[in-house]
Write a protein that binds this ligand. Sequence first.
Ligand code: PNS
Length: 162
Amino acid sequence: MSRSIIAVYPGSFDPVTNGHLDIIERSSSIFDEVVVAVLINIEKEPLFTVEERVEMLRQSTGQWKNVSVDTFGGLLVDYAIRRGAKVIVRGIRAVSDYEYEFQMALMNRRLEPRLETVFMMPAETYSYLSSRLVKEIYRLGGSVKGLVPDLVEEKLKAKVGR
Ligand code: PNS
């Protein structure tokens, strides 16, 4: 019996980095369908609006035909089940990510045992990369070339105004 496997790749993506894209590309070559899901979080104060983040993700993932971009609120597991997913994808960069990710994966499993969390490692060139650092470096005048897609760099320019 062949059954297509849908994976959800959730996150804040504020903004999407080349590390995220690396994980999306790897996921798209393994799973039949990958849904990149941007969390609508009213508590956090993001740099980019959800709409801007979705747009940047759509523009930078268009080359992968089995990848789509969506938003979600509430519990991730509820959203994943609604989308018919079997898998939650998370990127692990360093050991420091592990504790939080382990906690989240086990809590998600407790909430919804039908879902499996799959951890993926990005290329080592992205192992120190995060959206938070990209924003900080850009604000302080550093170069983020090669760390984010060009279109994100343009958006940073417009938003932060350098
Ligand atoms: O990119 P991030 O900010 O590390 O992503 C965190 C995210 C969106 C995966 C996590 O905060 C999440 O799943 N939030 C949705 C609410 C939820 O399900 N919380 C319970 C997690 S055990």
